[in-house]
Design a protein around this ligand. Structure first.
Ligand SMILES: [Zn+2]
Length: 66
């Protein structure tokens, strides 16, 4: 299935896609100690138009390579 695009045809693989990661408090605590943590959400925002056009679903969050 193709990934969603923003209004100017940026997809999550594009260099114009910016990852916006949100972490829980517990994850932020782990990150302070250099432990890698899985974000609670990861959205993709277009650097050109500022639109958030895609996000990982729960399964993708678990399997995404950070
Ligand atoms: Zn765009």
């Amino acid at each position: 299935m193709p990934h969603p695009l923003c209004g100017c045809n940026t997809d999550r693989e594009s260099p114009n896609a910016e990852e916006i990661r949100k972490y829980s408090r517990m994850s932020i605590f782990l990150l302070l100690f250099g432990v890698s943590a899985v974000p609670i959400s990861l959205e993709f925002k277009c650097k050109k138009c500022g639109q958030i056009f895609d996000r990982l679903n729960e399964e993708e969050l678990r399997t995404f390579k950070y």
